[in-house]
Write a protein that binds this ligand. Structure first.
Ligand code: PA5
Length: 428
């Protein structure tokens, strides 16, 4: 379903991609023989998910849609980015401003800014709302603070019993402060499976509940992921995902240690944020890793374009592009033609966007940047489900190829320890 076009990298390949290393990494991932193998539940998730919980997610989403004008999703990192990425890509970055019959969605607890929280409270106003608090560990400070605030708001507005009906907790099945709190307060809970780490959890309740609340068909999302899983499993090293993994590792070994993910749709911005977390946390350890960056094109051609074309040559670029776009809008014709734009009159914007992509790709290749193209058939739930699985699978293979454990994140603890000490948390 997802295709990879490596023609824009050929000029930079003198040897061969390391198929043997890719095969070994693939085997480690699929057979569960690599480091971190207790966190690879996501590999089979599209076919092996909790069907009973899936139905409960759909029911909870219906309940929230019926009784709430806004949903506050409290979470950070892997407990935040996936849902936002899918909602923005499939609905719109302007989803809240659009007229619709589904609740607005606000993301809280992904930082500690007072302004950010106060603005959400202001935007909710006196409208009915619900909260989905998401934390696998159940102990992360940022969402814990935000949840206290929104829980208190709900309890003031609806009373303790009423609030209970509007709080949905997604967390570990047995451990953590959030699980204890949810059990004690009687919230409906959803599970982050033990063997699925935060950044690989978008296709669990972590992502699925907020996504379903925004009116996205989560069955189609899972179907797309299933189809992509099938491609990865049946095609092995020849699959698009493994080709992508091999290519990025080849260029990293050649000194191209920064990968820029580029897309030509502003709706893709948070998908790129999700991708950065996925690859950054999975590969950036032990003093190695490809630094994941992103650009929004064509806007960033007028800011980062100069650097990509001409700056330090440590870049590889990956472009995500849709074969088809649904929106149709043409450049109007103008008799006076004072802006000299009549040569484009009647042209679809999607056509011009495609040409901008082709032109940029050629320019970047000329400038010494290998460009990989990832093609999605169109922007629909199935294709997005497929893209998610594609990136996750490629990340697992790529991480193992580079020699790291792609499923831990020991570095994330460093700032926490310092912050707890500065804040006077007992025990630090
Ligand atoms: O990918 C990860 O594991 C992290 O980014 C976590 O998702 C993030 O730190 C939030 O953790 P938690 O869900 O435990 O609150």
């Amino acid at each position: 379903m997802i295709r990879v076009d490596l023609s824009g990298t050929k000029k930079f390949v003198s040897g061969k991609f390391d198929k043997q290393a890719a095969k070994a990494a693939l085997d480690m991932l699929v057979n569960g023989t690599g480091e971190g193998n207790d966190f690879i539940g996501w590999v089979n998730l599209p076919v092996n998910y909790d069907k009973e919980e899936f139905v409960r997610i759909q029911k909870a989403a219906e309940k929230i849609k019926a009784n709430s004008k806004a949903l506050v999703v409290v979470g950070i990192g892997g407990s935040y980015l996936g849902a936002r990425a899918v909602v923005e890509l499939l609905k719109s970055p302007n989803y809240n401003a659009l007229s619709k019959n589904t609740p607005d969605i606000y993301f809280a607890g992904n930082g500690i800014s007072a302004d950010a929280v106060l603005q959400i409270i202001q935007m909710i106003g006196d409208r009915d709302f619900s909260v989905n608090v998401i934390s696998k560990s159940g102990t992360t400070t940022e969402p814990a603070i935000a949840f206290r605030i929104f829980k208190e708001l709900l309890e003031k507005k609806y009373g303790k019993e009423g609030a209970k009906e509007r709080i949905f907790a997604t967390t570990d099945k047995a451990r953590g402060a959030l699980k204890t709190l949810a059990t004690q307060e009687g919230y409906e809970t959803f599970v982050v499976p033990d063997d699925v780490g935060g950044r690989y959890s978008v296709l669990t309740a972590v992502g699925l509940l907020p996504i379903a609340c925004c009116g996205i068909d989560i069955e189609k999302l899972m179907r797309g992921a299933q189809a992509e899983r099938e491609c990865c499993m049946s095609q092995g090293v020849d699959s698009a995902a493994v080709q992508y993994a091999m290519s990025r590792q080849y260029f990293a070994a050649d000194g191209k240690t920064v990968e820029i993910l580029a897309a030509y749709e502003p709706a893709f911005r948070f998908m790129a944020e999700w991708w950065k977390q996925l690859y950054g946390e999975s590969e950036g350890k032990d003093g190695i890793g490809i630094f994941p960056a992103s650009v929004d094109l064509t806007p960033d051609l007028h800011s980062m374009g100069q650097y990509i074309q001409d700056g330090r040559r440590m870049l590889q670029e990956t472009v995500v592009f849709f074969d088809e776009t649904e929106a149709s809008l043409q450049v109007p014709s103008d008799e006076a033609n004072l802006d000299g734009l009549n040569y484009l009159a009647g042209r679809e914007l999607s056509y011009i966007n495609q040409k901008a992509m082709e032109a940029t790709k050629a320019a970047h290749i000329d400038g010494g940047v290998p460009v990989t193209e990832i093609r999605m058939p169109k922007n629909c739930a199935e294709a997005v489900g497929a893209l998610i699985y594609f990136f996750e699978f490629a990340c697992g293979v790529s991480g193992y190829m580079s020699g790291v454990n792609p499923f831990n994140q020991p570095g994330v603890e460093a700032y926490k320890k310092n912050m707890f000490r500065l804040l006077g948390k007992p025990g630090y």
